[in-house]
Write a protein that binds this ligand. Structure first.
Ligand SMILES: *Cc1c(COP(=O)(O)O)cnc(C)c1O
Length: 420
């Protein structure tokens, strides 16, 4: 029997089939990506995509909210419980939008924000120059310590005292070490700034108690829902009770219209999944795998920014290998390993072809891989880096990675039945 999609749009069906095959037949090391469960996928592809629900539970602008009110309330309750937060808002369309709403809730245009510079691992929305956030607000950026590759709280404090930002942002998109949210909070208090903590990458680790939580400290915490948290693509805001009304108003009607109820439904499911021992085990294994991969790479003569990892990701400094990030990422892709090239602190090269490679272990951990498989992947990375132009070597690695993939199949996450 043909699926509706196959029948109606064979061209798109074929492309989805190809993407499904690509996702299952490659080693996914992009640290922000993951594989959701079948339950999350089912909720995402549900009839809730057909419903407008502007407003909040029991305060909507459209009728027919008997079910949506319940679903959103459940998602909010689960978020509050799992993060021990006073208040949660689950409507943000993405992590970027959640950050912009967080600014809008407590700041006025022209106020100063201070976040980690993008080439040092910060996110675009932390005030990077091409982001709208640096145009609406006056942006001051801190960097990592050039020698240690770590957060430098003396520098952050000095900058904060000099520029007196109204909001300091903690959190990163490419930082392999634990982030001391308490220290950020101390500095924010010293200069009278609000503290926004963006845990987009690490929220799954925070839930599992493997990374300290910013919730007791920060005024507002933002996160995506699709990275280590392993839910649908979306964003979420947590905050102290005193900011609850402002945060809600900033998301709707300040920034967004109708919330994506199908996504909120899937967020509710993902939060239930995250509230289990299995999830804690998965999160612990992510870090074990990252540490093992780090050890393997160090053993093979690689340099890692900050010398290792405390979390789910590694930043490889490729300078001693005399290759740049982009050709390595492309060669890895041909060899069945998907990663992304990345800047390293004080990168001598350009952001379009930087000196680093960012890899992470959430997705391979979801597939069930453990330390032994990290050794295999570490060896494969070494071989590829030393043979970026040798197609026959890359082909050999690809076969090896295919075998590894077939031993650790992707949890069946697509609703579309396979062809035939
Ligand atoms: C991924 C990420 C975001 C943005 O999330 P999107 O859903 O892609 O908009 C924001 N902040 C940090 C730190 C991130 O890593």
């Amino acid at each position: 029997m043909l699926s509706a999609l196959e029948k109606y749009d064979p061209q798109i069906f074929e492309l989805l089939t190809q993407e499904k095959a690509r996702q299952s037949a490659s080693i996914r090391l992009i640290p922000s990506e993951n594989y959701v469960s079948k339950a999350v996928m089912q909720a995402t592809g549900s009839c809730l995509t057909n419903k407008y629900a502007e407003g909040y539970p029991s305060k909507r602008y459209y009728e027919g909210q008997q079910v949506t009110d319940l679903i959103e309330s459940i998602a909010t309750q689960r978020a509050k419980k799992i993060f021990h937060a006073d208040h949660a808002n689950v409507q943000s369309y993405s992590g970027s939008v959640a950050n912009i709403a967080a600014y809008a809730s407590l700041l006025s245009p022209g106020d100063t924000i201070m976040g980690l510079s993008l080439p040092y691992g910060g996110h675009l929305t932390h005030g990077w120059k091409v982001s709208l956030t640096s145009k609406i607000y006056n942006s001051v950026q801190y960097e990592l310590n050039h020698d240690t590759g770590r957060l430098d709280f003396d520098q952050i404090r000095d900058l904060a005292k000099k520029h007196r930002p109204k909001m300091i942002i903690s959190g990163a998109t490419a930082y392999p070490r634990e982030i001391e949210f308490d220290k950020f909070d101390e500095i924010a208090r010293e200069v009278g700034a609000y503290h926004l903590s963006d845990i987009a990458h690490i929220s799954g680790l925070v839930i599992a108690g493997i990374h300290i939580s910013p919730v007791p400290y920060a005024d507002i915490v933002s996160t995506t829902t699709h990275k280590t948290l392993r839910g649908p693509r979306g964003g979420m805001l947590l905050c102290k009770e005193e900011h609850a009304k402002k945060v809600d108003k900033a998301v709707f009607p300040g920034l967004q219209g109708g919330p994506h109820m199908h996504t909120i439904t899937a967020i509710a499911v993902a939060l239930a999944e995250a509230d289990t021992n299995e999830f804690v085990e998965y999160a612990k294994q992510i870090v074990k795998n990252a540490k093992r991969l780090a050890d393997k790479l160090l053993e093979s003569g690689f340099d890692l920014v900050s010398g290792g990892t405390d979390n789910h990701l590694l930043l490889i400094d490729l300078r001693n290998k005399n290759v740049l990030g982009k050709p390595v990422a492309k060669a890895l892709d041909r060899a069945g390993i998907v990663s992304n090239y990345n800047t390293i602190p004080n990168d001598p090269s350009t952001p379009f072809n930087p000196s680093g490679l960012r890899i992470g272990t959430p997705a391979v951990t979801t597939r069930g891989m453990k330390e032994d498989q990290m050794d295999i992947i570490g060896n494969a990375i070494k071989t590829v880096v030393e043979n970026v132009d040798n197609e026959s070597v890359l082909e050999k690695v690809r076969k090896e990675m295919l075998l590894l993939c077939s031993n650790f199949p992707v949890p069946d996450h697509f609703i579309i039945p396979p062809k035939n």
